[in-house]
Design a protein around this ligand. Structure first.
Ligand code: THU
Length: 134
């Protein structure tokens, strides 16, 4: 699948941009929008640890601020032992702009890509209003 390979490669590439002096754990993300655009992100840490920004959130903020508000897939790359999955906060942030069938391509240091859906990893998510997914 072209999108998958391209997204995973871009997420991997973004690990290089990560600013991680505290954890030294580099994460890259690549988001595919409904209209076929890709927005990338990396984690950006801070000496006030609580305001560290995850790679997925960097990508979401870049996309939304450029006018894209509907995502169909995301690749997340880290040097974890298993696949690098989005944290709980990132799952919630993604769910604001994606349907439960959004696909996640998650890859760790061994390079094996595992596929998930957002609905699978964030069941019964919180939203103020019922979402119209049409
Ligand atoms: N991190 C992400 O970028 N995305 C996630 O979904 C999980 C964690 C970052 C935050 C921090 O900079 C580093 O990984 C270690 O937690």
């Amino acid at each position: 699948m072209v999108d998958k390979d391209r997204l995973v490669a871009q997420a991997r590439g973004m690990q290089e941009m990560a600013y991680v002096p505290y954890s030294n754990f580099r994460v890259g993300a690549a988001l595919l929008t409904e209209e076929g655009k890709i927005f990338t992100g990396c984690n950006v840490e801070n000496s006030a640890y609580g305001v560290c920004i995850c790679a997925e959130q960097t990508a979401v903020v870049k996309a939304v601020s450029e006018g894209s508000k509907s995502f169909v897939a995301v690749a997340v790359a880290g040097d974890s032992d298993g696949p690098c999955l989005p944290c709980g906060a990132c799952r919630q942030v993604l769910s604001e702009f994606a349907k439960p069938d959004m696909v996640l391509y998650c890859v760790g240091k061994d390079g094996e890509v595992k596929n998930f859906t957002l609905g699978e990893i964030l069941a019964y998510s919180f939203h103020l209003e019922e979402k119209n997914f049409d």
